[in-house]
Design a protein around this ligand. Structure first.
Ligand code: GRG
Length: 301
């Protein structure tokens, strides 16, 4: 029996429909900041509208659909997660962190502009995310819950904390699988889980639907990081749109480094199988989430 009875609509088809909507919504919110200095606004737009996959906003929209709501009402929340994600990429690429020159197939924000502008563009995007949720999600009680959920996911106990441990001296080479999973549950996984949660919150999901989204998100988040580590080993810069091979170069703790390539692939496959199983209670509206799960396993960028 298939995990979820869906047509085999591919991620690319969903992306083809939803991506223009998400990008138009993101553009509109950059345009709203009309008192913003020109260079800062250009840097915000440069990074926010760069050709990323828009995976997290699509998770928000598809989680809302999976809970029986229209994607439309979830669009502000979808923009908010992409703003936080874009900020995290800008700051992650800075010389003090990963020191990268290429992101999403283009020069990183601090290379295209300068370091101070990149830091400020990141700061602006982080604050714009909460402004968007607070002003646009309705009713206000749901907006407050969305703000709290996103702050928790992006904050010191999750994304920022995971990043802190990832860049900290000593964690890199002598860690074990538990350490690695703990870093990525916070650094990468929390933003994936909260994307689903925001979709559920804006859709007025019940407890069973929220639990299904959480179970799916936990597995998807970890599988996403494993496939990200595999891309660093197996892909090239032109395909991935970012520098590859850097983890091994820096002696970083990674899934292929700890488990080997074959076992990492098996682990990702198992997690995606479980993620798809977790969607059962959401049947039959979970076709989009099902397509994202398949995409995460098969992705090459
Ligand atoms: C600087 C506070 C702070 C946090 C940074 C997100 C992050 C934490 C670092 C990014 C570095 C990295 C490669 C993380 C691994 C997984 C990941 C988040 C990849 C980038 O996400 P994608 O593949 O990117 O969804 P696109 O460009 O498609 O949106």
């Amino acid at each position: 029996m298939p995990m979820v009875e869906t047509s085999s609509v591919a991620f690319a088809e969903y992306a083809g429909q939803l991506r223009p909507q998400v990008d138009a919504a993101l553009r509109a919110r950059v345009d709203l900041a009309d008192g913003c200095p020109t260079t800062l606004r250009e840097a915000i737009a440069y990074s926010l509208l760069a050709p990323g996959k828009r995976l997290r906003p699509m998770l928000v929209l598809m989680a809302a659909e999976a809970c029986g709501a229209s994607a439309e009402a979830a669009l502000p929340a979808a923009c908010a997660v992409e703003m936080v994600h874009a900020y995290s990429l800008i700051h992650d690429d800075l010389p003090a962190m990963d020191d990268d020159d290429v992101r999403r197939g283009r020069p990183t924000c601090h290379k295209a502009f300068d370091e101070a502008t990149a830091i400020l563009a990141g700061d602006a995007l982080l604050t714009m995310a909460f402004e968007t949720l607070a002003k646009e999600v309705r009713p206000p009680e749901v907006a407050a819950r969305c703000c709290a959920a996103l702050a928790e996911a992006a904050g010191p106990c999750n994304m920022v904390g995971g990043q802190a441990d990832d860049v900290a001296d000593g964690v890199a080479t002598d860690g074990d699988l538990r350490t690695l999973e703990s870093i990525h549950r916070r650094k990468t996984g929390a933003m994936i889980r909260v994307s689903l949660r925001l979709g559920g919150l804006t859709a007025g999901a019940d407890a069973q639907e929220m639990a299904a989204l959480e179970a799916y998100g936990r597995r998807l988040g970890l599988a996403f990081q494993i496939t990200d580590d595999l891309l660093d080993v197996r892909s090239d810069e032109a395909t991935a749109g970012k520098r590859v091979g850097k983890d091994a170069q820096r002696g970083k703790l990674t899934f292929p480094g700890l488990l080997g390539i074959d076992q990492s692939v098996q682990r990702a496959e198992q997690l995606i199988l479980e993620a798809r199983e977790a969607l059962r209670p959401l049947h039959p509206h979970a076709a989009g989430l099902e397509a994202i799960a398949r995409f995460v396993l098969e992705r090459n960028r």
